[in-house]
Design a binder for this molecule. Structure first.
Ligand code: NAD
Length: 237
């Protein structure tokens, strides 16, 4: 399957990062959000993210210009009709996602692969909202998308081997490393990470150490780039 055009649903924290990385590897991107203010914010975030990369000498002005030119913002899901592949990154709400996938199934062309960036909702359930569950999979990017290497790949019960292979190949094309996990809430990373962050809260609450000391100990003692409490602040709880 030759993927040329990718749709991204939701222009928030994750959606704008996914759109940025897709456009950076040369894909045409349709970035869709229900809110035009959200779209404007998303496009501004992409521009700022590119500026940060330029400052670090990981991008230049020409590449930024080309990247931005490849992203078409829209509030109309029908604009995704010509997409070969869609990644949904809208608000984490099961009813909303089921509605979006029913619409995507209606508006996108036959054979287009539909992925969700959900962190906790069943891929099988989301896939069942479409008439093409074999073409639906989980593609779980990490935050911030342009910097984080991992994409977790999740099969629903009916995801075909061919679909899953294409999802993995696209993740790789976007410069990511694809790791498969099972369709259970939290998948791999959040399943392990969230209890650790929760334990860090309890360690603070029980007076085991000050916040700074907990972070320092976990950084130096388990070779993590930042401590769990700092990470919790970054994630935004
Ligand atoms: P966000 O709140 O930053 O953005 C969500 C966007 O979805 C908003 O711009 C909103 O206007 C838009 N939206 C709502 N309804 C829509 C609709 N019907 N059609 C199109 N757009 C719609 O959220 P986020 O943090 O980017 O999370 C998006 C998804 O990614 C969620 O499923 C979340 O669980 C997952 N995720 C988040 C993170 C993270 O760290 N933030 C990491 C991995 C996965």
């Amino acid at each position: 399957m030759d993927i040329q055009t990718i749709g991204v649903v939701g222009a928030g924290q994750m959606g704008n990062g996914i759109a940025q990385v897709a456009a950076d590897v040369g894909l045409s991107v349709k970035l869709m959000d229900v809110a035009s203010a959200g779209l404007e914010k998303g496009m501004a975030a992409i521009s700022q993210s590119c500026d940060r990369l330029i400052k670090k000498e990981k991008m230049n002005e020409g590449r930024k210009k080309d990247l931005l030119a490849r992203i078409v913002p829209t509030t109309d899901m029908r604009a995704l009709a010509d997409c070969d592949f869609v990644v949904e990154a809208a608000t984490e709400n099961v009813d909303l996602k089921l509605k979006i996938f029913t619409q995507l199934d209606e508006f996108t062309k036959t054979g287009a692969i539909l992925c969700t960036n959900t962190s906790s909702i069943s891929i099988t359930k989301i896939a069942a909202a479409t008439r093409r569950p074999e073409l639906v999979a989980g593609m779980h990017f990490m935050n911030p998308v342009p910097l984080m290497q991992l994409v977790e790949g999740i099969r629903g019960l009916q995801t075909s081997d061919e679909t899953f292979r294409i999802v993995g190949a696209l993740a790789q094309r976007m410069g990511k490393i694809f790791v498969e996990g099972r369709d259970m809430p939290g998948f791999i990373v959040n399943r392990v990470l969230m209890p650790m962050i929760n334990e860090a809260f309890y360690a603070l609450y029980e007076g085991i150490a000050e916040a700074k000391a907990i972070d320092e100990a976990m950084k130096l003692g388990t070779n993590q780039p930042m401590g769990p409490l700092t990470l919790a602040d970054f994630i935004g709880l």
